[in-house]
Design a protein around this ligand. Sequence first.
Ligand code: SF4
Length: 345
Amino acid sequence: MILQNPPDGPLPLPRRLELPVIEPTTESAEQIAALQREIRRLARERDAVVLAHNYQRPEVQDAADFVGDSLGLSRQAAQTPASVIVFAGVHFMAETAAILSPGKRVLLPDLRAGCSLAATITPEDVRRWKGEFPGYIAVGYVNTTAEVKAELDYCCTSGNVLDVIDAIPADKGILFLPDFFLGAHARRMRPDRRIEVWMGECHVHRGIRAETLNAARVRHPEADVLVHPECGCAGQLIYEMGQGDVEPEGLHITSTEGMIRAATENAAPKFIVATETGIMHRMRQMAPTKQFIAADPEAVCAYMKAITITGVRDSLTLDQHHITVPPEIAARARGAIDRMVALGR
Ligand code: SF4
């Protein structure tokens, strides 16, 4: 099968997770500052480190010791000398931290923080798929459960997917899961490789369409455009660029950390950002003189936003929710994660 362009309409997901309702932040600036001080004090007392993903609420990012993408946070989890890790992210990330730091206590402030993309594939699905393609190397995006990781040869993130593919012998076929758009991006970037792609999707990135992005480009013609390869628009944009329908000048398809770097290093004064809107908080902090515009203001992950500033505080005071991975699963998943963490060091 040659993937030219993602199909119209939602992909045929095997299953969907229930979306939590996004509660607005109701605390005043003073209350937030007091909660952040309390979190830092509790973290010191408990020998804890607070890790926050780029898509977290701004006040949660500001309370954290480290903010980053899933790869950066995996590295922090593996290296931290702290005995407790509070993971302000989603469940599979806390599982990854628990696998990398088996002697540490990993806390996830809210158990509703799942991931629609991780929910698209089960370990049984992976085993069945591997059976259909014997000899292929299974590469899984880090957005997978520990049980799925236990079936993989390699993990990867949006930032290192091409490094992982390049590290696999050229004569080997690859099963890429679970994100269709990232897999399609990898196929286009490495057209000489045999890559089969799982039809999974993240509902947030899937919702950012090329039409919406192009309309933002018309409104802000002077802006550079930063697109996450998981976005519904990314596959379509690459295709349209190939057809000459989209102007590639000033358009960057890159990982979340690549977006942050572009925001600080590129000379452009204005950027249209096509990923979850939470990332713009860090961009504004790192490049305060520049302007950032959401390609789609509706691109908000309800799973990420299930974590609140009071939830992080309660996680430390009530010691909740302890995330563990059975040792046998953890041992098998660890090899795939270690290979990812080691790449690009
Ligand atoms: S933005 Fe998408 S991939 Fe990321 S945690 Fe939310 S549902 Fe999962």
